[in-house]
Design a protein. Structure first.
Length: 121
């Protein structure tokens, strides 16, 4: 079993392996039961599938896991923003957009970052 909350090399390796195993399981040729669609449509089903793939313990029940196809339409449906530490907001020029906007569609993040630069249209 792997502890979801652990933060060491073994835990990171387990998460990487679980991600691979989940993707492998959801591959269309290896998905006779429709688990791919269930995971795409239900974050709880995706969480359970990831937990099973990694044999994880201590995975929060309310942890949403999103699975999307590799296309701009699906990938654009998920956005996560990681706030800078309270009181540590940098100036715009020092703002590291890629650390804040954790996006599933990198080209969109790059377009948005360019659009946000002062003096650009």
């Amino acid at each position: 079993m792997n502890d979801w909350n652990a933060n060491d090399d073994a835990a990171n390796k387990a998460k990487k392996l679980a991600t691979y195993k989940l993707c492998e399981r959801l591959d269309k040729d290896a998905d006779p039961k429709g688990i791919r669609d269930a995971c795409r449509n239900d974050p709880k089903a995706a969480r359970d599938a990831l937990r099973q793939a990694g044999d994880f313990i201590n995975m929060p029940a309310d942890l949403p896991v999103y699975v999307c196809e590799e296309n701009a339409q699906d990938r654009g449906k998920v956005v996560a923003i990681v706030l800078p530490a309270k009181g540590q907001m940098p100036t715009f020029d020092a703002f590291d957009f890629k650390k804040t906007w954790i996006c599933t569609w990198t080209p969109y993040a790059q377009i948005l970052q360019q659009a946000l630069k002062p003096g650009t249209k």
